[in-house]
Design a protein. Structure first.
Length: 71
């Protein structure tokens, strides 16, 4: 039985999630959302945690790209 996107499905998923993790957390630091009316939300994203998650996402995306290129 043929798999959707062949044998590289896991690499594509890691690329998608890693890229989203990188871009989302980086944008949370660079351009935080506008202030809401309620006080339940933070004013800005925690910088250290967001940059750490962005670094994890970047490593995952680079790893997935290397896997796709080498295979």
């Amino acid at each position: 039985m043929a798999m959707f996107l062949g044998d590289d499905l896991l690499a594509y998923l890691v690329l998608a999630f890693g890229g989203a993790l990188f871009v989302g957390n980086l944008l949370a630091v660079v351009k935080p959302p506008e202030r809401q009316l309620d006080d339940a939300n933070l004013e800005a994203a925690p910088v250290a945690r967001s940059l750490g998650f962005a670094a994890i996402g970047l490593v995952a995306a680079i790893w997935a790209i290397a896997t796709l290129i080498s295979g």
